[in-house]
Design a binder for this molecule. Structure first.
Ligand SMILES: *[C@@H]1O[C@H](CO)[C@@H](O)[C@H](O)[C@H]1NC(C)=O
Ligand SMILES: *[C@@H]1O[C@H](CO)[C@@H](O)[C@H](O)[C@H]1NC(C)=O
Ligand SMILES: *[C@@H]1O[C@H](CO)[C@@H](O)[C@H](O)[C@H]1NC(C)=O
Ligand SMILES: *[C@@H]1O[C@H](CO)[C@@H](O)[C@H](O)[C@H]1NC(C)=O
Ligand SMILES: *[C@@H]1O[C@H](CO)[C@@H](O)[C@H](O)[C@H]1NC(C)=O
Ligand SMILES: *[C@@H]1O[C@H](CO)[C@@H](O)[C@H](O)[C@H]1NC(C)=O
Ligand SMILES: *[C@@H]1O[C@H](CO)[C@@H](O)[C@H](O)[C@H]1NC(C)=O
Length: 312
C-alpha cells in the first residue's frame, strides 16, 4: 500500500515534457576568434563614440566656479566689536549672545552663467560612509514618532544635558549624523554697475529628495500650533546651537525634521569627497532671470554663532 502511494506520487511529480523543464535547451558557447572580436569592438565603438561625444558636449556646457574658503579671513563680531582673526579657532573667542564668526570672499564671474544656477557645498576627507556613522540615527524618530528611549544606534549621541530644562533629555534628532550637521550659512551678493550690493535671491526649499521630504522625514505634528511644544522633553544635539524647531523659523514647512538642509545632510555621501546641494538661485527675481551674469560678487560665510539659552 505504502509502496504503491510512493510510486504514484513519483509519477505525478514528473515535470512537463518541454525542453525548458527537462533542461534540454540549446546551448551556445561563444568562440573568441580574432575576427569576431574585431567586429564586436567595432560595433560597440560605433555606439559608444557618439554617446561619449554628446555627454562630453553637455558636460562642457556646465559652467562651474569653485571657491575654497578653508583658509579665509575670519572676522569675529563679538557684541558690536569686530576683529580679524588669523588663528584657527574663532568660535572659542565668542562670548556674547548672537556673536558670530564670518568670512568675506570677493570673487569675479568672468562669463555669464546661464540659468538654472545651483549652489553646492563640498567637503573633502569627510567619511560620511563610515560604518558606525551611517547607522547613527533613529529612523523612527525622524518619522515623527518620538520616544524617550532613542534608538541605541544613536549612542553616544542619544541624550544630553539641556540648559533650559536643567536636566538630561533625549536628543532630537539623535545620532552622529545629525550632530555633525553642516551649518555654515552662505550669503551671496552681486555688485551692480554702480557698486551697490544686491542680495542674490536664494531658494532653500526643493533641494532635498522628494522621497525624503514626503516619506522619510516627518514632524511629530503641532501642539497648540507650535512645533516647539511637540518637541517638549527633547533637547538639541550637542554640537548644535539651535533646537530642531528653530532650523527655519520663517518657513514652517521647512522646519524641524522637515528642514531640507537636514535631509540633504542626513542622506549620507558614499565617497569621502562630496558635494551637496545647498541653494538654488531664484530666477523669477528681476535681474536674475537669465542666471548669474558676469561681474563682481561677494560671498559671506557665517560659520559660527553663539546662542546662549537661559534656564527656565
Ligand atoms: C586677509 O587679511 C589680511 C590682513 O588683514 C590681508 O593682508 C589679506 O590680503 C586678506 N586675505 C584675503 C584673501 O582677503
Ligand atoms: C550693540 O549695538 C546695538 C545697536 O547698534 C545696541 O543696542 C547694543 O546695546 C550694543 N551692544 C553692546 C554690548 O554694546
Ligand atoms: C553693466 O555693465 C555691463 C558691461 O560692463 C553691461 O553689459 C550691463 O548692461 C550693465 N548693466 C546695467 C544694469 O547697466
Ligand atoms: C494647549 O492649550 C490649552 C488651552 O489653551 C491648554 O489647556 C493646554 O495646556 C495647552 N497644551 C500645551 C501642551 O501647552
Ligand atoms: C556648527 O557646527 C559646529 C561643529 O559641529 C558646532 O561647533 C557649532 O556650534 C555649530 N554652530 C551652530 C550655529 O549651530
Ligand atoms: C522667487 O521670487 C519670486 C519673486 O520675488 C517670489 O514670488 C517667489 O516666492 C520666490 N520663490 C521662492 C521659491 O522663494
Ligand atoms: C540669546 O538669543 C536667543 C535668540 O537668538 C534668545 O532666545 C536667548 O534668550 C538669548 N539669550 C540670552 C542670555 O539673552
Amino acid at each position: 500500500m505504502a509502496i504503491g502511494e510512493d510510486h504514484e506520487r513519483k509519477v505525478n511529480r514528473k515535470p512537463a515534457d518541454t525542453p525548458f523543464k527537462q533542461q534540454h535547451l540549446q546551448a551556445w558557447q561563444p568562440l573568441f576568434t580574432a575576427g569576431n572580436v574585431y567586429i564586436f569592438f567595432f560595433v560597440i565603438s560605433i555606439v559608444a563614440i557618439p554617446l561619449g561625444i554628446s555627454i562630453l558636449h553637455v558636460s562642457n556646457q556646465v559652467n562651474e566656479l569653485v571657491i575654497d574658503y578653508t583658509r579665509c579671513n575670519r572676522t569675529i563680531t563679538d557684541s558690536n566689536k569686530t576683529s580679524v582673526d588669523t588663528g584657527i579657532a574663532c568660535y572659542e573667542h565668542l562670548s556674547h549672545n548672537n556673536s558670530k564668526c564670518s568670512c568675506t570672499i570677493s570673487f569675479k564671474i568672468e562669463q555669464d552663467m546661464m540659468g538654472p544656477v545651483f549652489m553646492y557645498y563640498g567637503l573633502s576627507n569627510y567619511y560620511q560612509n563610515h560604518r558606525r556613522y551611517v547607522k547613527s540615527a533613529d529612523e523612527y524618530q525622524i518619522l515623527g514618532i518620538l520616544s524617550n528611549d532613542v534608538s541605541s544606534e544613536c549612542e553616544p549621541f542619544g541624550k544630553a544635558f539641556d540648559i533650559k530644562a536643567n536636566k538630561e533629555l533625549p536628543i532630537a534628532p539623535c545620532g552622529a549624523i545629525a550632530n555633525s550637521l553642516f551649518n555654515d550659512t552662505l550669503t551671496l551678493y552681486k555688485f551692480s554697475n554702480f557698486s551697490e550690493r544686491i542680495l542674490v535671491p536664494l531658494i532653500r526649499t526643493d533641494i532635498a529628495w522628494a522621497f525624503d521630504k514626503n516619506v522619510n522625514f516627518q514632524n511629530p505634528g503641532f501642539i497648540n500650533g507650535s512645533l516647539e511644544n511637540a518637541f517638549d522633553g527633547f533637547t538639541k544635539p550637542r554640537n548644535w546651537q539651535k533646537y530642531v524647531w528653530e532650523l527655519d523659523i520663517e518657513d514652517p514647512t521647512n522646519n524641524g525634521f522637515q528642514n531640507e538642509d537636514l535631509m540633504v545632510w542626513m542622506r549620507t555621501a558614499g565617497l569621502p569627497s562630496f558635494k551637496k546641494l545647498y541653494r538654488k538661485i531664484n530666477h523669477t527675481e528681476p535681474g536674475f532671470e537669465n542666471g548669474l551674469l558676469r561681474g563682481d560678487y561677494e560671498l559671506i560665510v557665517d560659520y559660527g554663532m553663539l546662542i546662549k539659552y537661559k534656564s527656565i
